[in-house]
Ligand binder design. Sequence first.
Ligand code: CUA
Length: 304
Amino acid sequence: MSLFSPSEDWYYKKVSKDEKMWILISLVLCLTLFVWMVLWHVYGKQNTSDLTYRTSTAEFTKLSEAYIKINMVGMDNGVPIVRPKPNSDVFVLAEMWRWSPILILEKDQKYKLHISSKDVMHGFSLQPVNMNFQVYPDYDYVLTFVPTELGEYKVICNEYCGIGHHTMIGKIVVIEKDSDLKQYGYDNLKKAPEVITTNRTAPLTEAEMVLMGEQIYNLKGCVGCHKTDGTSQLAPSWKGLFGKDEKVVENGNITSVKVDEDYIKESITDPKQKVTVGFEKVPMPAIPLTDDEIAQVISYIKTL
Ligand code: CUA
């Protein structure tokens, strides 16, 4: 009680036996935990590799796109699937709002995962094992690891990154043999369209344009917001979009536009010009595409 001042000599009174015991117990506990901290660091096998490279969002995006193009074995809901070779470098890109690609890994093999972000900070949270890493733009974060258990793992984003944050779920599948792929529906992967190489001189046929457009849709991440099944949660669905009359906000006024080639081109290169009513709160980034690529995307949209 502080109402009464302590007696003069309280400080010099002998400490009671009980009190000494408790002080000793807490001291031993503190030291034990401290020693464990060091031991766990050395023997716990829980450490991330402290390897990080400086990169740029443009450079890493280019790298991961090139990586996916070469190694893609199929698609799952618009997200490319890659089956990397053991001991290889694997590139995973976080962007608003998806993880790409999906990985098929082999048990007890080593992989060197490079993770970076295309836009803002995301959180790589591997579930259900609950391993967490931060993913920054401009840094290539390297995780060297050996998957030791079979199964399907989800990569949840645990850093709030905008309105689509909760939809940002990636996947890693760990298998032992090819027949394991069946349970994940990956045994009969529809091969992604071949990249049509640049040394082709003849113009693309309309069917090839559509294939290329679909590939751009997946690789450039349009699929993260624009769905093709008619649902428009984060951005207008592309289903039945072409030729439609859309209400848009232009310079603060609501007007109506016809979705045609010019409008789509403007929406890709300068998305802030005319924003579809209802989606003003979800800013779309400008996507750097060549005129050819834009034409291919338009061909794809037309088929939906
Ligand atoms: Cu990415 Cu939250």
